[in-house]
Ligand binder design. Structure first.
Ligand SMILES: Cc1cc2nc3c(=O)[nH]c(=O)nc-3n(C[C@H](O)[C@H](O)[C@H](O)COP(=O)(O)OP(=O)(O)OC[C@H]3O[C@@H](n4cnc5c(N)ncnc54)[C@H](O)[C@@H]3O)c2cc1C
Length: 386
């Protein structure tokens, strides 16, 4: 019987791995039947309708697709446990590729202290707090549509997701008051020119910047900060990506965030027949930091498949190599900041902005889905020169 590979997670990393892995019998499990273009969820939040991509239609012939929620891993028994409408099932594997990605939003849990108001402990408890995950994004889009002029949308988190979300919402809903609240300095990981462009853009879009401000907890319709309460009508929580706890619970070696620790060949340090790619993986001994990004998930997904193909056909597994070229940040539909970066992700004083930047960013977004489509016919086509 041929080698059985189960891939859990049908995001950028998981689907690319499935397209490329020809030396084994491949089954891919994902909780949704459609592929989520996560890098466009801020556009969906701001009201844009995006085409749906059914996963079975994306996958190459021969890959089996299973829609289900993976609830546990039995590492000793080499099986994945998942649920669907019909109940709980198991799926045996010889090798497992773990590509469950991440979620946005790590809500603060601290007690409120001096203000004496009860904090919300999860997004479920408020109809006005949202994250940029598929279901929450749909609810946010509906909420934004119904807000009256002057209502306050507070975007929490000054990372790329927060910046993209604040500018997209402000551009689409100029009658709303949008602010961005961040613990650090605004645009702190950008070059001087890049930061200057961000400030100019936020001024043009009337987005208020509240930086060096720590949100301690979220109350009902108010953020409790160290400098007092800020009321909101919708809160978009983008601070921090968190990964599923499944790997930790199963007993795989994970880092403090719960990402699977893999060697340079993307193989688990604790369980050699488990591989990981994308946001859910942490590569030990990588000379440069690998941030959670589509830009890193795609090459990792491709690489894990290349290595399994090699191992199963008697070849050597190769170390994962990667370098950065830029960071692309959309600032609404007509502007973007393309921040040129060094190979280890440090910003250089070279940027591309305005309409040219927006076109470049749009090309990159289209490339990601086109890579997944093209690899169905030409596996191995996509390479990032390292
Ligand atoms: C608004 C926004 C904008 C972004 N913009 C950019 C950008 O411009 N550039 C960039 O490089 N990155 C960007 N990112 C980050 C990027 O989207 C992620 O880093 C990337 O999606 C990670 O890919 P992945 O394959 O590891 O996981 P994901 O794309 O998260 O895919 C994981 C898949 O696993 C599924 N899954 C999860 N748990 C289970 C389970 N228990 N059972 C079954 N299935 C499960 C999920 O539904 C999903 O389909 C952005 C993110 C957001 C939210």
């Amino acid at each position: 019987m041929s080698h059985q590979v189960v891939i859990i997670g049908g995001g950028y990393a998981g689907i690319l791995a499935a397209q490329r892995l020809h030396a084994a019998q491949v089954t891919l499990i994902n909780n949704r039947s459609t592929f989520t273009e996560r890098i466009r969820l801020h556009q969906v939040a701001a009201g844009e309708r995006r085409p749906e991509h059914a996963i079975p239609g994306l996958l190459r012939k021969g890959v089996t697709f299973v829609q289900g929620h993976v609830s546990a891993l039995d590492l000793d028994g080499q099986q994945v446990i998942y649920r669907d409408d019909a109940g709980e099932h198991t799926l045996p594997y010889d090798s497992l590729i773990y590509a469950l990605g991440s979620k946005t939003g790590n809500l603060p849990q601290q007690p409120v202290g001096a203000h004496g108001r009860a904090p919300l402990r999860s997004t479920e408890k408020s109809d006005a707090v949202f994250t940029l995950d598929p279901a929450s994004t749909e609810r946010l889009a509906a909420r934004l549509r119904e807000l009256p002029a002057g209502a306050h949308v507070a975007v929490v988190g000054g990372g790329l997701t927060g910046i993209e979300s604040a500018s997209e919402i402000a551009e689409s809903y100029p009658h709303l008051h949008v602010s961005l609240v961040t613990r650090g300095a605004f645009g702190e990981r950008l070059s001087r020119k890049g930061r200057a462009h961000l400030y100019a853009t936020f001024q043009r879009l009337n987005v208020q910047i509240c930086d060096h401000l720590d949100v301690q907890s979220i109350g009902d319709r108010e953020l409790i900060t160290e400098r007092g309460a800020i009321s909101y009508d919708a809160c978009v929580w983008t601070a921090g990506f968190t990964v599923p706890m499944l790997a930790r619970e199963a007993g795989l070696a994970v880092n403090d965030c719960g990402q699977i620790v893999v060697d340079r060949t993307l193989r688990s340090l604790s369980h050699p027949n488990v591989y990981a790619a994308g946001d859910a993986a942490w590569v030990a001994e990588m000379p440069i930091p690998i941030r959670m990004a589509c830009a890193t998930a795609l090459p990792m997904g491709g690489h894990v498949a290349d290595n399994l193909n090699a191992l199963l056909t008697g070849g050597p597994a190769k170390p994962f190599e990667f370098r950065y070229y830029w960071q692309c940040i959309s600032l609404g539909r007509n502007d973007a900041l393309v921040q040129i970066a060094s190979g280890d992700d440090m910003p250089r004083e070279r940027i591309l902005t305005g309409k040219g930047g927006a076109v470049f960013k749009e090309m990159i977004c289209r490339l990601t889905i086109n890579v997944l489509r093209l690899e169905r016919h030409v596996p191995g086509l996509y390479r990032v020169p390292a």
